[in-house]
Design a protein around this ligand. Structure first.
Ligand code: PLP
Length: 340
């Protein structure tokens, strides 16, 4: 009963009709692609600047990830680069999978326009972005089907692993619901070949309690982001030593991460660690440069914005319970690093 109730609550939260719980965000991506009949040899377009699971879901189905570079401001799929790839060849492309990285939506107007032109479905990887908005609409409602992760580092995290698929389309929802239980609608009768991917009742119960607090936590993260923006300006670091996340009016980020750019990133990170300040690099390598994707034939320089972001970005603490005093300490230390 908690799984069922959570599915309805998360669907409603996402402004869509259907939610289907699965065992993880990675499974959500894989099952969503299975529901779109992605099969060996097919192509799925995504970005190389994301957590591995995005491309991994494509590859484990025997399909091939086709990468397009990111926009340097949003860190998400560049719609112009997407259009360019499809203009060259549309052959075999079964889906487009933009990622809403760091809590911020991709430029979905541009992506959907191109997807529609070529008649290709859009799968949103919204693992990091539950509740984020684009032009007043929630992520999860912006493509054909969308995927969430409830891993503890996400804004809505459970006490282990969990994920969900949301969609407006009944046909896709029905198919996903079967695929997560070995393709069966009626027990022991299998219409499709699926997998076992359950969201368990215990996680759903935890998530239902936490979902009620999600908006409050999101507001706290947004407040913390504004605090950093102001502090970096007060310390005269913004725009010279540190580039702040620039978010356009049409985007409302839920700040899964607050990510700055800087030239001396690795040295800054060690300095912060010495001062007991946690930080993280998401992600140190574009997926096209990963060892396991050597055979895709990409080379260094193929996705310059991804490679630049991988060298320059650093995520600072942004969690809801962070205090202004702690944030002042973080920015003071960054100032000390650059100015002394
Ligand atoms: C976390 C994450 C996933 C995978 O979710 P899991 O629940 O860890 O399997 C997929 N894509 C992105 C962008 C993520 O951040």
């Amino acid at each position: 009963p908690n799984v069922k109730a959570l599915e309805d609550e998360v669907a409603k939260y996402s402004d869509v009709s259907y939610g289907i719980g699965v065992a993880s965000g990675s499974d959500a991506l894989m099952v969503a692609l299975m529901a779109l009949d992605v099969a060996p040899g097919d192509k799925v377009i995504t970005t190389p600047y994301t957590f591995f699971a995005t491309a991994g879901a494509i590859s484990v189905l025997g399909a091939v990830p086709v990468f397009v570079d990111i926009d340097p401001v949003t860190y998400n799929m560049n719609p112009v680069a997407l259009a360019r790839v499809l203009r060259k060849s549309r052959k075999g492309v079964k889906a487009i999978m933009p990622v809403h990285l760091y809590g911020q939506s991709a430029d979905m107007a541009g992506i959907n326009r191109t997807a529609k032109k070529y008649g290709i479905p859009v799968v949103e990887d919204a693992a990091q972005s539950i509740g984020a908005e684009y032009k007043g609409k929630r992520v999860g409602s912006l493509g054909d089907i969308a995927c969430y992760s409830f891993y503890p580092t996400k804004n809505l995290g459970c006490f282990g692993d969990g994920g969900m698929i949301v969609t407006k389309k009944k046909s896709l929802a029905d198919k996903v619901r079967k695929l997560r239980v070995h393709g069966s609608g009626k027990r022991y009768y299998h219409d499709l070949i699926g997998i076992n991917s359950r969201l368990d009742e215990l996680q759903a119960a935890v998530l239902r309690v936490k979902l009620k607090k999600l908006n409050k936590w999101t507001k706290a993260r947004q407040r913390n982001a504004r605090n950093y923006d102001r502090l970096f300006k007060d310390f005269e670091l913004a725009g010279c030593c540190v580039e702040l996340p620039l978010i356009g009016k049409e985007y409302k980020s839920i700040y899964n991460q607050y990510v700055i750019r800087t030239q001396k990133r690795d040295k800054l990170r060690s300095f912060l660690a010495k001062n007991d300040i946690g930080s993280e690099i998401y992600y140190p390598l574009g997926l096209h440069e990963q060892k396991c994707y050597k055979e895709l034939g990409y080379k260094k320089g193929d996705f310059p914005e991804t490679e630049k972001a991988a060298k320059e970005t650093l995520a600072l603490p942004i969690y809801p319970a962070l205090t202004l005093k702690q944030q002042q300490y973080v920015v003071e230390k960054i100032s000390e690093f650059y100015c002394s």
